[in-house]
Design a protein. Structure first.
Length: 158
């Protein structure tokens, strides 16, 4: 299996990209790079300018906020297939929380500029991702937590 095929397969496991065709995943994967982070390493801090989208290939990442007094509140721990910083990639805002590696982790990264360029070149992909985001928002309101991901993964392409 080639690196590009490997990366496309990893992206296919991400809920945000679940509606994309194999060809769309292949084209998108060509713009990602792999990054490795050691346990405890900080990927970025709350308030930093958004540099891009992070997809967890292996390991676990901790998403957290820190108070002025230094107290940390863990918002989530994400594992393989999880994505970090989807909203600032689209809206251009800063990272809303800090992220560090819970264990040695490998992340697929695409810069904000490359992701936006891809979306402008392939607008149908944006519609598919919006459908998944809409599905996730709807399910957050109506389904128990255990059912959320499985329902959005069954979303079909346009």
């Amino acid at each position: 299996m080639t690196e590009a095929t490997n990366m496309a397969a990893s992206l296919g496991n991400v809920v945000l990209f679940s509606g994309l065709s194999p060809e769309e995943l292949r084209l998108l994967a060509a713009r990602f790079v792999r990054k490795r982070f050691a346990q405890g390493e900080l990927l970025f801090s709350e308030g930093d300018p958004c540099r891009g989208l992070h997809i967890i290939a292996t390991g676990k990442l901790r998403i957290f906020k820190s108070s002025a007094s230094g107290r940390e509140q863990v918002l989530a721990v994400e594992g393989p297939g999880g994505s970090v910083a989807e909203l600032p990639v689209f809206d251009g805002g800063p990272y809303p929380a800090s992220v560090s590696a819970v264990e040695d982790s490998e992340v697929l990264f695409i810069s904000r500029q490359d992701f936006r360029s891809f979306c402008l070149e392939h607008p149908e992909v944006v519609l598919k991702m919006l459908a998944v985001v809409g599905c996730r928002q709807h399910e957050l309101k109506h389904l128990p937590r255990n059912d959320r991901v499985s329902q959005c993964r069954t979303l079909h392409s346009f």
